[in-house]
Design a protein around this ligand. Structure first.
Ligand SMILES: Cc1cc2nc3c(=O)[nH]c(=O)nc-3n(C[C@H](O)[C@H](O)[C@H](O)COP(=O)(O)OP(=O)(O)OC[C@H]3O[C@@H](n4cnc5c(N)ncnc54)[C@H](O)[C@@H]3O)c2cc1C
Length: 400
């Protein structure tokens, strides 16, 4: 009997995990089903570009997975029963719910925007965490007359990319950033100075040390009682995981992420693996990995390699997961590559300007290429499955 592997979500991590599993395991021994509601790959790291009117290259899964043995199921996951090893999906063509049974599950449903429970955000704010939100913002920005105010709330990587992209694409708008801390306060001195220079050049008003505690149709209110006018508010204060895992018996963090070990296997259910934004794994210095492609893609490699090794009855390999840099686009002409320690702290070295912009573009292209060419560049040897059941946690079987 074939071992049934079901991968939920075909974002950066689910698509990479499915492709790598197909490369690692013998086709006669496994079925690999990849469940995703959309037929093409969404480059989430470019949603701020989509929001300002840039068109992204279409990347249909049908082409990517042709001939790999990965079967794409166009459906939306509505429930996961990890005790019965079954996933309920609703087909996107309107057909009724269906149940998929699995022997091994890879959970990679990613994340969406996080309204933080702040009043008015869900009703009035826009987002760039996913394609539908980015397209809605694109329409809204396109409809704005010159001089109208736009505020981006949040001070992290996505906020910086969004606010600079908007200001560069629409120099006629009055663009502001409201950040809880100081602008780029986690960056090196060189990184901060460059960021400030670009932000000033783009004419962005920066409200530092500004917590927003309400959003209305015509602006935001700050915790210290100020009003910042905004015809469009873009809320970029972090991501939230989908609530599907919460309705299971999986061990989760307070944020609803699935707690996994160093091989990306659930600490409560050995036949479930979780990767990417949906999972909480510890990285270097015992710090949780942050939601990112930078750590999500190696998490997917690790999960696929661990599953294949365990099924083949061989030693589980260890994939190094660490950070090297934070790549920040600052519009299309400027960028900032902040080099970091293995556990993601800025070091005193950064690449800036046009070179950084090109570097970032290469990184984005590289990530999409990795997804689009799931079986390229790896040894072609496929292992035979010797164990149909996923073995439970065995202390002696820790990652090599
Ligand atoms: C604007 C922006 C810029 C970013 N820039 C960077 C960057 O420069 N570097 C970096 O490292 N990270 C960046 N990130 C973060 C990065 O995009 C995410 O961390 C990464 O996409 C997580 O990968 P994932 O596979 O876990 O989730 P995703 O890529 O979100 O994929 C999840 C998949 O699951 C599918 N899915 C969701 N719900 C269901 C369901 N119910 N049923 C079936 N399928 C479902 C989705 O359609 C999607 O295909 C950025 C994010 C944004 C929004």
């Amino acid at each position: 009997m074939q071992h049934r592997i079901v991968v939920l979500g075909a974002g950066y991590t689910g698509a990479v995990a499915a492709g790598r599993l197909a490369r690692r395991l013998h086709r006669e021994d496994v079925t690999i089903t990849l469940v995703n509601p959309e037929p093409d790959f969404v480059e989430r790291v470019r949603m701020h570009q989509l929001a300002v009117g840039q068109d992204l290259r279409p990347r249909p899964f049908g082409e990517m997975f042709a001939g790999t043995g990965v079967e794409l199921k166009l459906a939306k996951v509505t429930a996961v029963d990890v005790d019965r090893k079954a996933v309920t999906v609703a087909a996107v063509n309107g057909h009724g719910p269906e149940e998929l049974s699995y022997d091994t599950l890879v959970y990679a449903l990613g994340s969406g925007w996080n309204d933080g429970g702040v009043p008015g955000v869900a009703e009035h704010a826009h987002e760039v965490a996913g394609r539908s939100g980015a397209l809605r913002l694109r329409d809204r920005l396109a409809a704005l007359d010159a001089g109208r105010p736009v505020v981006v709330v949040g001070g992290g990587l996505t906020s910086l990319e969004a606010v600079t992209e908007i200001a560069e694409a629409r120099p006629d708008l009055d663009v502001a950033l409201a950040a809880r801390g100081a602008l780029g306060d986690w960056l090196s001195e060189k990184g901060r100075a460059h960021l400030r220079k670009v932000v000033d050049k783009l004419g962005i008003t920066v409200h530092e040390h500004t917590a927003v505690d309400a959003v209305e149709a015509d602006g935001v209110t700050t915790a210290d009682g100020r009003s910042i006018p905004a015809e469009v508010t873009v809320w970029t204060t972090g991501f939230a995981v989908h609530p599907i895992a919460e309705a299971t018996t999986l061990a989760l963090t307070d944020r609803g992420q699935i707690v996994v070990d160093t091989t990306m296997r659930s600490v409560s259910h050995p036949d479930v693996y979780a990767v990417g934004d949906a999972a909480m794994a510890m990285g270097p210095q015992d710090k949780p990995l942050r939601m990112s492609c930078a750590s999500g893609v190696p998490m997917a490699w690790q999960a696929a390699d661990a599953i294949a090794a365990r099924l083949a009855g061989v030693k589980v390999p260890h994939v190094s997961i660490r950070y090297y840099q934070q790549c920040i686009s600052l519009g299309r002409k400027e960028g900032l590559i902040q080099f970091v320690t293995a556990d993601d702290r800025a070091v005193d070295s950064a690449l800036t300007g046009r070179g950084a912009s090109l570097y970032k573009e290469l990184v984005c292209k590289g990530a999409a290429w990795t997804v689009a060419n799931p079986t390229a560049g790896m040894p072609s040897r496929r292992r035979r499955v010797v164990r149909q059941e996923t073995p439970g946690r065995v202390p002696a079987e820790a990652a090599a």
